[in-house]
Design a protein around this ligand. Structure first.
Ligand code: HEM
Length: 399
């Protein structure tokens, strides 16, 4: 089950809209010109030289609870660094907590505006598409499951969604925005996980790598988020001019950079991203015990909230955005009436919303309620009204 055949990978790639020639041997060959693919030099051999040793020493020195307390109030990009941080940790943040010199504010502003205009589709695609896809990315599923956060998926899903939400805010990259801080907190969490997970006997028993979350793994996840959403927006015929496409890519390039991936490995164009995605994401998608449990938890918790739809509808929506093959892997029970509804009414809803069809589908309000409820659920904003804080774990999931 771990490896799909080439033919299956291609079929799945078509279903996900991530088409291309899957050739794992040349996994990173289509990335930036500086990319080396020889063993030991590609992004699968890069972790985070700046953050990893620091977080190992912060964890071993018992400083993490104090950091978590101190940085709770550190939210906006222009907030001064909080007091109470160990000097070494504060020095690190001072170095990295800024946009790269190549960041283009005009494109970032356009990306933010695009995110606002397209938030309905982005919530659906990130939440149900990318979110559930992450459970069939075996390395991600296994590390998320066995890390501390895996024990409380609602909280974790909300925190992960914070990343997407802060990225999508109008002024995300501006001094008053929050994304640079959120990305840096995430980078530090990943560095902590690289130190902690190798100490988990559960993770070691199922992992196919000695240290998790390489730059290559981060790029795979980027493709399950940005590249996948980009492709789906095109498939759904959402108006998506070239300038929006470029801006959306640029915001992701900056985001992936802030997570510590060297620039030469970050795709420069959507064409390059799609090629890379076909090579490194589509062929590795497969079920795992951990992934199946995570998907069940994620979909189960969404079913607890009244989304205005049944669990059967939810299952079929996931099948619609990710393919029946993925739905079967995850054991999502069929609901053929909902399947027919999703496949006919969703495209009609999109066309009407976009002013491409004058006919309002009878199910318009049902879909509208569904997308709003889903957004609220993932954002966890229904009750708190504030951004869910990201905290550094100090241990792993016990069992
Ligand atoms: C934590 C986002 C890639 C595994 C987080 C958090 C965010 C995030 C926002 C903090 C929220 C939380 O504590 O749950 C991202 C983004 C990625 C990415 C945007 C790439 C574009 C990856 C990859 C893996 C991974 C490739 C593993 C293969 C984890 C784990 C945690 C985490 C294990 C810690 C959960 C815990 O607290 O126990 N990530 N991530 N992430 N991420 Fe990622």
């Amino acid at each position: 089950m771990e490896n799909l055949s080439r033919r299956k990978a291609l079929t799945l790639g078509v279903a996900l809209g991530l088409v291309g020639v899957a050739n794992p041997g040349a996994a990173w060959a289509s990335t930036g010109s500086g990319t080396k693919t020889a063993a030991g030099t590609g992004p699968e051999w890069i972790w985070d030289d700046a953050a990893d040793p620091l977080m190992a020493s912060m964890l071993d020195g018992g400083h993490v609870p104090a950091i978590n307390t101190a940085w709770a109030s550190w939210v906006n990009n222009d907030d001064p660094l909080p007091g109470g941080l160990p000097a070494e940790f504060a020095a690190y943040l001072r170095q990295v907590n800024r946009l790269p010199s190549w960041a283009d504010q005009a494109k970032l502003t356009r990306a933010a505006d695009f995110n606002r205009r397209r938030d309905t589709y982005l919530f659906m695609l990130y939440g149900l598409g990318s979110g559930i896809m992450s459970t069939v990315i075996p390395r991600e599923a296994k590390s998320v499951y066995w890390s501390a956060g895996g024990a409380d998926m609602q909280d974790r899903a909300a925190k992960t969604f914070t990343f997407g939400y802060d990225l999508s805010e109008l002024g995300a990259f501006k001094p008053t925005g929050q994304f640079v801080v959120t990305a840096n907190k995430t980078r530090v969490v990943h560095a902590a996980v690289r130190h902690l997970l190798p100490q988990s006997p559960h993770w070691r028993a199922v992992a196919d790598e000695t240290v998790p979350i390489s730059a290559a793994d981060i790029l795979v996840t980027f493709h399950s988020l940005g590249t996948y959403v980009h492709r789906k927006l095109l498939d759904w015929r959402i108006p998506y001019p070239a300038a929006d496409q470029e801006a959306f890519l640029h915001s992701w390039q900056v985001a992936v950079h802030l997570l510590g991936v060297p620039r030469e490995h970050i795709p420069r164009t959507w064409a390059e991203a799609e090629r890379q995605s076909a090579q490194v994401l589509t062929p590795i998608l497969s079920p795992s015990t951990e992934g199946i449990r995570l998907a069940e938890e994620l979909l189960g918790l969404t079913a607890q909230i009244d989304l205005g739809v049944t669990r059967g509808f939810l299952n079929e929506f996931v099948r619609y955005v990710l393919s029946d093959e993925v739905g079967d892997w995850l054991g999502l029970k069929r609901d053929y009436a909902s399947a027919a509804l999703v496949r006919t009414a969703w495209p009609a809803y999109v066309l009407f919303r976009e002013g491409l069809s004058p006919v309002m589908p009878g199910t318009f309000y049902m879909f509208d309620q569904f997308v709003r409820a889903l957004a609220m659920l993932f954002l966890n904003k229904g009750s708190s009204g504030t951004t869910t804080p990201i905290t550094i774990p100090t241990g792993n999931r016990a069992a």
